[in-house]
Design a protein around this ligand. Structure first.
Ligand code: ADP
Length: 483
């Protein structure tokens, strides 16, 4: 099957979060299943710098772009998956984050930038770029590609479209003036199309027009049809429930395996855990904490945003710091949370280590060196860090939501007896519930035999991409153009 896979991020070319991990790994897994899958991404500066050899394969004239847009072809580094880069310099040739400028606010022309990206994808999908390759399916991911299913609905014949929601909270909302400037059909300014409470919604382009919808875990697929998690789109998603599937993300064990991870100080596996101690020591040293093998080391890596429940951690910090434990945190995001963490670190220098920033290598070393991983997310579409934590024998402490609920088995007397426990799960998004859960973890930590058994069970879990990729392939096969 010929699949055009469209995303704004794909590891290792460009990454701000889990979207990149998925869009780097899933095309690779589909390729391994012998599918003709090709990735299409914006040619951001970072992407051009990392992509290796590229050749120009097409030039497009697109509505919304004053200059011709080049299509460059290369491969996803480390694979043979072809990648098309949409090179529209006025849109993508700028430094830093794909979505925001140096001051942290969104680029003012995001609507135009991603509309150009979407229009270029449509040209590839309809084989109008001169590539002599006509995909059977177009798989779009998140709001940046949301206009593709809408624009393709105007074409006939056309490939079937699949739209995956990686995080419903990011919708690509813009004002009426932008809608006009994009020269989209005026009939789309309707609650039955792209209009959402007086704004243009890119994500609705996917949710309304795609032939099939997916999201990244079965529980999140249920949750987003409720007012609490639906971000105002629960009604639409309920209407389309028959076309909405939850397919759990995988972890790319080629990159995230403690037995072979080149970024670690020492390797380890379920059969030989010794190397984990060396990673713990190295991590304690790196953060300037006392090197004590017996002190439980908690960790967090992630975007510092409300979704992730970092405020809950901050709320309990004074109590947490009275307990015999250490905590290291790596993240960047909201300035208020960054400042609060820096201040707390200065207050508890020998128990709390904080790095503000984005550091892929350090994220691997934290997964390897920590004993426990905190993910008290308010909502979590899938979550990847808990999957990495399981593989690295770092027991996750998670809230019962989204993909966290689907992947971590709470350590209860029954699950410990049965040998199925892999972490700690709590329900209410409150500081008290989080603290009580941490105390349960501390209690297990001192029971070394039970602890080691849970660690080994966690490391034995298999969330590799193969199974999920097969589910996507089944879905592609079952999906036909519906308009
Ligand atoms: P989200 O997509 O909501 O950010 P996920 O858990 O799905 O959350 O994926 C986050 C990915 O981004 C993981 O691979 C994680 O290691 C990585 N990540 C997030 N913040 C950082 C950071 N500050 N430094 C390094 N890696 C990070």
């Amino acid at each position: 099957m010929k699949i055009l896979f469209a995303s704004s991020e794909a590891h290792p070319l460009i990454k701000t979060g889990g979207l990149a991990d998925v869009c780097g790994a899933l095309p690779k897994a589909l390729h391994d299943l012998k599918q003709d899958v090709r990735l299409v991404l914006p040619a951001y500066q970072d992407v051009l710098a990392r992509a290796g050899q590229l050749s120009e394969v097409a030039r497009l004239t697109l509505t919304g772009s004053v200059e011709p847009v080049r299509v460059l072809e290369g491969t996803l580094p480390g694979t043979t998956v072809p990648v098309y880069l949409i090179d529209a310099p006025q849109c993508f040739d700028r430094p830093g984050n794909p979505y925001s400028g140096p001051d942290g606010s969104d680029w003012p022309d995001n609507a135009q930038r991603f509309a150009v990206f979407c229009r270029a994808i449509v040209e590839l999908a309809q084989d109008r770029a001169g590539l002599h390759w006509r995909p059977d399916r177009v798989h779009c991911n998140d709001w940046q590609t949301g206009l593709v299913p809408a624009l393709l609905s105007l074409e006939s014949p056309r490939p079937a479209t699949i739209f995956t929601v990686h995080n419903l909270a990011y919708q690509g909302l813009f004002d009426w003036a932008r809608f006009q400037a994009l020269k989209l059909p005026y009939t789309w300014w309707s609650m039955h199309a792209l209009e959402f409470h007086g704004s243009l919604s890119f994500i609705k382009g996917g949710l309304v027009f795609a032939d099939a919808l997916t999201t990244v875990s079965p529980t999140y697929a249920e949750e987003i049809r409720t007012p609490d998690f639906g971000c105002g789109l629960d009604g639409l998603l309920t209407q389309r429930a028959a076309q909405l599937a939850g397919i759990l993300n995988g972890a790319d064990y080629a990159l995230w395996d403690p037995a072979s991870d080149p970024l670690l100080d020492a390797h380890f596996s379920r059969r030989s855990l010794k190397g984990k101690d060396a990673n713990k020591q190295a991590l304690q040293r790196l953060f300037g904490l006392p090197t004590d093998a017996r002190r439980p080391l908690f960790a967090h890596v992630g975007r510092l945003v409300e979704q992730k429940g970092i405020d809950l951690v901050l709320d309990i910090l004074p109590e947490l710091m009275q307990r015999p434990l250490q905590l290291v945190m790596l993240g960047s995001g909201h300035a208020v949370l960054e400042t609060a963490l820096r201040t707390a670190q200065a207050r508890y220098p020998d128990r709390l280590g904080v790095r503000i920033g984005y550091d892929e290598g350090l994220a691997h070393r934290i997964e390897a060196g920590a004993d426990l991983f905190l993910m008290p997310s308010r909502f979590e579409p899938c979550g990847l860090n808990q999957l990495y934590s399981l593989r690295y024998g770092t027991l996750p402490i998670v809230r019962h939501t989204g993909g966290l609920a689907d992947t971590v088995v709470d350590a209860t007397p029954a699950s410990l007896d049965a040998g199925t426990a892999t972490g700690f799960v709590f329900d209410a998004a409150t500081p008290e519930a989080l603290l009580a859960c941490i105390d349960r973890a501390l209690h297990l930590y001192i029971q070394r035999t039970a602890w080691t058994r849970a660690v080994k069970t966690a490391m034995a879990q298999d969330f590799s991409w193969t199974r999920s990729a097969q589910r996507y392939l089944d879905l592609y096969r079952a999906t036909r153009p519906t308009t």
